[in-house]
Design a protein around this ligand. Structure first.
Ligand code: SAH
Length: 254
């Protein structure tokens, strides 16, 4: 059996209880060495074989899983954050399906959730933005033209950019061309929830300079939008005069 497990954003105790259990059970662990906190590997049992996928091609990863499966062993494939986001997990699952190897996926806390917690913010605020656009700048991995940052920026929603911190200049130009103002607030969170976490609060206009000054060009998220500003409306859900399925609203008398 192969378990794809989300390791969480970084802090050792932000893996799920289920993910931790799978790690404790594992005979073989293949972890994404560039981003998974190695402290998580303390949970494995004695004799567990550990592989760092940073040094492996897809075929090698599948080869290790196949060999373990042949011996009836449990493999954990440990991905950073949640496996479903830029996890390169689909290609592995498809290879396992072809080979008739059973697998299961255990979700994790994505780094964008870790970043919101660190920033003590809410991505969705009434009358500011009710949508989150998760995307990335085009680098060596192509992004469909219709999903360019410029095109997505037109929505003025909350934008969260993964894998883009080495491309801050381009990100700024595309955000501006798409309609964000230079003053629109932006935040950069480097290694959210790790001990070396760094937060930079800036604007779209100052994004590249501020990131360069702080020396951030990898392992960071760029968050853009007016939800980082001061203005919003309070929720209806907790409005005293609003009736919900659980609570009758109190009529305010003038
Ligand atoms: N599956 C992961 C994302 C993997 S892609 C998740 O759900 O978070 C790798 C990119 O994720 C990095 O380039 C960076 O943009 C972002 N990232 C991963 N961990 C991060 C962290 N702790 N803090 C900030 N960004 C992080």
């Amino acid at each position: 059996m192969v378990y794809f497990v989300g390791a969480g954003p970084g802090a050792e105790d932000l893996i799920t209880v289920r993910g931790q259990r799978y790690l404790e059970m594992a005979d073989v662990v293949i972890y994404a060495g560039s981003l998974v906190n190695k402290a998580l590997l303390k949970a494995v049992k004695k004799g567990c074989r550990i592989y760092n996928s940073a040094y492996m091609a897809l075929e090698e990863v599948i080869g290790v899983m196949e060999e373990a499966e042949g011996k009836g062993l449990v493999t954990v494939r440990l991905h950073t954050g949640d496996p479903s986001i830029y996890g390169a997990v689909r290609e592995q699952m498809d290879e396992l399906k072809k080979r008739g190897i059973a697998f299961s996926v255990c979700p994790g806390v994505s780094s964008f959730c870790g970043a919101a917690a660190s920033l003590q913010m809410e991505y969705t605020l009434p009358e500011v933005s009710q949508s989150i656009i998760i995307s990335r700048a085009e680098g060596r991995t192509p992004v469909p033209e219709r999903e360019s940052i410029q095109k997505l920026a037109v929505h003025q929603a909350t934008m969260i950019l993964f894998l883009s911190s080495g491309l801050a200049g381009k990100v700024k130009e595309e955000l501006l061309a798409g309609g964000y103002q230079a003053e629109t607030p932006a935040a950069v969170v480097f290694k959210a929830t790790w001990e070396e976490e760094k937060i930079v609060c800036t604007t779209v206009g100052n994004l590249p300079e501020d990131m360069e000054r702080e020396g951030i060009d990898k392992t960071a998220l760029i968050i853009v939008g007016n939800v980082l500003g001061e203005e919003y409306q309070k929720s209806k859900l907790y409005d005293a005069s609003f009736t919900t399925g659980y609570r009758k609203g109190i009529q305010k008398l003038d």
